[in-house]
Every structure is written in C-alpha cells, then in structure tokens.
Ligand binder design. Structure first.
Ligand code: TXA
Ligand code: MG
Length: 319
C-alpha cells in the first residue's frame, strides 16, 4: 500500500506523536520530525543513515518565528529573511539554548528557513513546534523532488509522505552563514548569488569542504546516482571516448541526435536555468533507473542557477 497521502491532519497527528513524515517544499522533499523530540530526531538520522555530526535545518512557519530560535539577528540576516522568506534561503545563526544540540550536532549555530510550499506552510501553522528536515534521501543519494521518489527510498521505513506535487525549484536552498554580521554562502542552491547580492551587496562564497567538513552538502561525493557519472564541458569528445558503453546523456538544451546514446534527457529546450534546476534531480533519478554504464552530464553556463546545478553535478560525479 502507498504511504503517499494528502491528509494534513494525519501528518499533524503523526508528527505530534514523535513520528516522521516526509514533507514537500519548493526545493526538495524533507524528512521531517519535531525538533524537540529526541526520538524523532534520532529516527531522522537513522532512517537517512546520516552521521550524527551533520546538523539539520529547522523549518519555521513565519519570519517572526526566527526570534524564538536564535539569540540575535544580524541586520543583513533580517534583510535576507524579509526579502526571500518564504523561500529557498537557509540562514545559519547563533542558536538559543532551548534548541536541542542533537539538531545542531553540538554547534552553537542553527540553520533555519521558512519553506515556500502551501501544504507545508499549512502543516507548520497547525503544529506547536518547528520541523527539523533534511532532504528525504539516504545519505549521499539523489534528493527527492516528488512524493514517489521518497516512497521509493523509504516505503518500509516511514509511515507517510505528504503529497505536494513536484518541487517547483528542484534543488536545495542556498545556505548563508554569518561572520561578524557579514553573510557568507556555505552552500550554493535555489536562490542565485546574483539575487542575494541585490539585497546585501557583494557576498563571499565558501562552498567548500574545508569550511564545513562535517556538512554533508559540502562533501565531495553527494547527490549521487549509483551509475557512474561524469561532468563534461565537451559532450562530443566525452561521447566519443565512451562510445562502446551504454551511455545516458544529460544535456542543458537540445543536442544533435546520436545513435550511440541509449537514453537522453534535455533539461531545458529553451535555455532556461530555472527550468533546468527544477528538472535536475528527476532526470538523475530517471537516468539511474536505465541500467546504463555511464551518465555523461553537460556543464551548464556558470552563472545564476547554472552555478548551483554545476555544483550538484560535480559532486554527483565524484567517485
Ligand atoms: O532546501 C533545503 O535546504 C532542503 C529542504 C528539505 O528544506 N533541506 C536540505 O537539508 O537540503 P540537508 O540536511 O540535506 O542539508 C542541510 C545542510 C547540510 O549541509 C548541513 O550540514 C547544513 O545544512 N547545516 C545545518 N546546520 C548547520 C550549521 N549550524 N552550520 C553549518 N551548516 C549547517
Ligand atoms: Mg541533502
């Protein structure tokens, strides 16, 4: 029997009872639990097989709710929350003592965001606690952008996936930390650097392993299909080099037909980076099901969401 359901009151009951529910957001589906329930939070780590030292993102119902989670709000953090919430920006700020250490992996900072999805906003408004929710995939695997993706991963492990359709944005939130009140990008994501800089000015990027070696989104291999994947700036040469294998192709826009290709997905016929981002993970899920020898992914333009997509494809291609 399917665990996918549109019943928000059932989700409220399960979550209030310290169970897990997978929830839709505009970025990817999350595996959610009550931040104050040790049982639920431990179950999140176990279900995902995620190391305990990797902190979780707290999902809150409003901008004002920030005050109940964090000690103080730097001016530029407030500007970003006002500009982008509800939406795909996660802020990492100094936590209040009431936020359990299990969520933050013992750090004195907490990551949080107000997601922009009507179903999950309704759910959050009916709960009297916020939800910790990492992406609803086993550690290091491709993030889910449909309820079906989550069910495929966790059918036997959780009781419910709250149906919310296909995720509109399709890649995770952009994570922003603060040093001396100045914002720093910790993870590229669904909100482009250009859009962020319009609000807070020039921003530094530390989307690197050395900044947060314990952050799974920063690990070298992540968001990965089980099929060997390569990222290339030169499709023709890469296809030629692997022409004796069963090749799956992931391209940005349309690409001349080639009979050595066994399976092909075009991310955006009209060169639209937002569209490409929204289709990325579903494309990887589909390619991974085709019993291919290799997935050859084309590098996207290196600006806007192209930068975030390239970041994910690069990590997917690390062995
Ligand atoms: O779009 C998203 O952000 C999705 C949806 C479900 O909201 N969530 C998501 O969660 O991508 P997850 O757990 O897959 O990635 C959370 C990232 C990790 O890289 C984690 O290390 C980082 O956030 N993080 C959490 N708390 C942190 C902290 N206090 N300092 C630095 N990084 C933190
Ligand atoms: Mg994740």
């Amino acid at each position: 029997m399917s665990i996918i359901s549109t019943d928000i009151s059932k989700a409220v009951k399960l979550l209030s009872n310290e169970d897990l529910v997978a929830i839709p957001t505009e970025t990817v589906y999350g595996l959610a639990g009550n931040i104050y329930s040790e049982k639920a939070i431990k179950a999140i780590f176990e279900t995902k097989q995620r190391p305990l030292f990797n902190p979780l993102i707290v999902h809150i119902p409003s901008v004002e709710y920030l005050e109940t989670i964090v000690e103080d709000i730097p001016k530029k953090a407030q500007l970003l929350a006002d500009a982008f919430w509800p939406g795909p920006i996660t802020l990492v700020l100094k936590k209040k003592a009431t936020i359990p250490d299990l969520i933050t992996a013992g750090k004195d900072t907490v990551a949080m965001r107000m997601p922009n999805h009507p179903v999950t906003l309704k759910l959050l408004s009916e709960l009297d606690f916020p939800l910790a929710a990492p992406s609803a995939n086993p550690f290091n695997r491709i993030s889910p952008t449909t309820a079906q993706h989550v069910e495929n991963y966790f059918k036997d492990a959780i009781k419910m996936v709250l149906e919310g359709g296909s995720c509109e944005r399709g890649i995770e939130s952009t994570i922003i930390g603060f040093e001396n009140g100045e914002p720093i990008i910790y993870r590229l994501g669904s909100t482009s650097i250009e859009a962020i800089e319009e609000v807070v000015g020039k921003i530094e990027i530390k989307n690197k392993k050395e900044v947060a070696p314990d952050a799974p989104g920063m690990l070298e291999r992540h968001y990965a299909p089980t099929t060997k994947t390569i990222l290339t700036g030169n499709l023709i040469d890469s296809i030629e080099a692997h022409k004796n294998l069963r090749i799956g192709l992931l391209t940005y826009n349309d690409f001349l037909d080639d009979d050595v290709i066994d399976f092909k997905i075009v991310l955006s016929e009209h060169n639209n980076l937002e569209e490409a981002a929204s289709k990325l993970y579903d494309a990887l899920h589909q390619l991974d099901k085709q019993e291919l020898d290799i997935i050859i992914a084309e590098k996207l333009p290196d600006y806007g969401l192209g930068k975030s997509i390239n970041d994910r494809l690069l990590r997917a291609s690390k062995s």
